[in-house]
Design a protein around this ligand. Structure first.
Ligand SMILES: O=C(O)CCC(=O)C(=O)O
Ligand SMILES: [Fe+2]
Length: 532
């Protein structure tokens, strides 16, 4: 271990300094890693005119892992020929790391193993863990016993008598690649304390249902509710009980299905950038004891989708994942609101109101797809800081064991498990968001937008008629109230736009007009988002 990165790693952290002249937007993951290395020299840290210092601390467990790959920036002060990548690739060296891995993704385990004997460079590429993870998930589905690495797991399943050494036999120290370095780094760094400290959510204990409705549900604002799980039977959710009651029943885990026992064994031993998450919408039907092992908090009792009986879209999930697992930015399905109760562990939440698309997230124009190309950890490294001086900053918190978070409809959210976690989440429609949900289901591209049901296109008609049958007149009543509220808001907003809040005088706002280059009247912001 002789490189700058390793020097830093041996001090248990990576130090990163921000220079004023550096560009502030990094779009690709390699920006982060090159920049880490740019700031270090082989003797230690670069002491420059930098203004801010950012430390990335590695997890203690990272040191038990022999890691041969260094970020490209560590090569900057060395002779480029020190990188063994190219000589060992022969004519393939002109291809990018991503492309080489894409091509290797077409190979079988046997061929990858053969390729790994060709050169040190090909050994690094063909032992890349995500390649073996894909092989396991494609070939073995959920029938595997995870034994610390995906390559060992695959090999031991295919050739039980052939034991791969758990520590790499080749000592390679001079392979430089940002792309390959990144997944190791993201799996092995700790969340920074300042990411966790930011706590901007409103917390309430003993809130009445009326207060919840008027202060949070009606204005569509998140809240963290304490003390809601006091009457849940926690024994149901102990590891021993889960393994026992779930037996051979399989649960949805990413693209495969696994028994609880096998999944928990995987979760105990894994450390990767995007751990598999157990996320099952049919858990209560599969194991009725789990269905009766939780109580819907009183705030969320109204559940209008229940009028659809068995035809209702998926609405509740058991969520189990190891430290480092989580959900990347998304908006919940079908314009529903949700609650998420942490039974075990803790979760970091970052939430943006519906009109603010989080940085690094790219929804398609029709809203049917969301691309967030980076992992959660990489989002924190590359994008989290960008929101610090935004007018609307995200609502954030750590939701701990026994706490429940209310996720209002349309809000973007990202969730990261700080510990091994178990949670129950339920999406619901109450009369506060019924019109919203109906509007959503009625959209012309419902077949792409509506989810959790076999028949997305007819859900609108079915839901609307079932509501009319169970609650005659409710839709019209809500629509009339909504129109009245809108008219009242319009009136208020007009007077607000001309009355200066500070002086009580009148105010007209003008801003530069992008089309004409002159000044234009700036309309008042309607229904300013919380935090703005
Ligand atoms: O990972 C989590 O706990 C959050 C889950 C979530 O956001 C969802 O179910 O929509
Ligand atoms: Fe969600």
């Amino acid at each position: 271990m002789h490189s700058a990165f390793n020097l830093l790693a041996s001090r248990h952290f990576l130090r990163r300094k921000r220079k004023k002249r550096r560009k502030t937007i990094s779009k690709s993951r390699s920006d982060t890693f090159s920049s880490i290395a740019l700031r270090v020299d082989p003797k230690g840290y670069e002491e420059e005119e930098d203004d801010t210092e950012v430390d990335f601390k590695l997890k203690a467990s990272a040191y038990s892992q022999a890691h041969p790959i260094q970020p490209l920036g560590n090569l900057l002060l060395l002779d480029p020929s020190a990188n063994i990548r190219n000589p060992g690739l022969g004519t393939l060296q002109i291809l990018s790391d991503e492309l080489i891995l894409d091509i290797l993704g077409f190979l079988s385990g046997r061929h990858l193993a053969i390729l790994s004997c060709v050169s040190k460079s090909l050994y690094i590429f063909s032992t890349h863990e995500p390649l073996w993870r894909n092989l396991v998930l494609e070939d073995l589905k959920g029938h595997f016993l995870f034994i610390g690495s995906w390559r060992c797991t695959y090999t031991s399943a295919i050739k039980p008598n052939f034991l791969l050494p758990s520590i790499p036999v080749l000592r390679i120290t001079d392979f430089y690649s940002d792309y390959l370095f990144q997944s190791w780094l993201c799996a092995n760094i700790e969340m920074k304390p300042e990411w966790l400290e930011m706590d901007t959510i409103e917390r309430r204990r003993g809130l009445s249902v009326e207060e919840f409705v008027s202060c949070f549900e009606e204005p569509n604002k998140p809240v963290l509710l304490e003390g809601c799980l006091d009457c849940w039977s926690m024994e149901t959710w102990s590891r021993e009980n889960l393994v026992q009651v779930c037996g051979d029943v399989k649960f949805a885990v990413g693209p495969v299905e696994m028994t609880m026992e096998k999944y928990l064994r995987y979760a105990d031993n894994v450390r990767e950038e995007r751990p598999l998450y157990l996320f099952d919408p049919k858990f209560a039907e599969k194991i009725p004891e789990l269905g009766s092992g939780y109580l819907v908090p009183e705030y969320f009792k109204e559940d209008l989708f229940s009028v659809l009986g068995k035809e209702r879209p998926d609405y509740r999930w058991i969520i189990i994942g190891p430290t480092g697992s989580g959900s990347s930015f998304h908006v919940d399905p079908n314009s529903t609101s949700a609650w998420n109760a942490v039974i075990k562990g803790s979760k970091k939440w970052v939430m943006f109101p519906p009109d603010i698309v989080p940085p690094g997230v790219h929804p398609s124009a029709d809203g049917s797809e969301v691309a967030c190309p980076v992992s959660i950890m990489e989002w924190f490294m590359n994008f989290y800081g960008k929101t610090r001086n935004w007018k609307t900053t995200p609502v954030e918190c750590v939701c701990k064991e026994g706490e429940v978070i209310f996720v209002p409809n349309g809000w973007w959210h990202l969730v990261f498990n700080l510990e091994d976690s178990i949670a129950i989440t339920q999406n619901y429609v109450s009369r506060r968001n019924l019109l919203n949900v109906l509007d959503f289901l009625k959209r012309p591209n419902a077949s792409e937008l509506v989810s959790g049901t076999k028949d997305p296109v007819s859900l609108y008609d079915k839901f609307r008629s079932a509501i009319e049958a169970s609650f005659p007149g409710m839709i019209n009543e809500l629509a009339t109230k909504a129109r009245e509220k809108e008219a009242k808001n319009k009136k208020l907003n007009f007077w607000e736009s001309v009355a200066d809040a500070n002086t009580g005088g009148f105010r007209f706002s003008f801003v530069p007009d992008a089309n004409t280059g002159g000044l234009a009247y700036e309309p008042p912001l309607l229904g300013g988002a919380p935090g703005s």
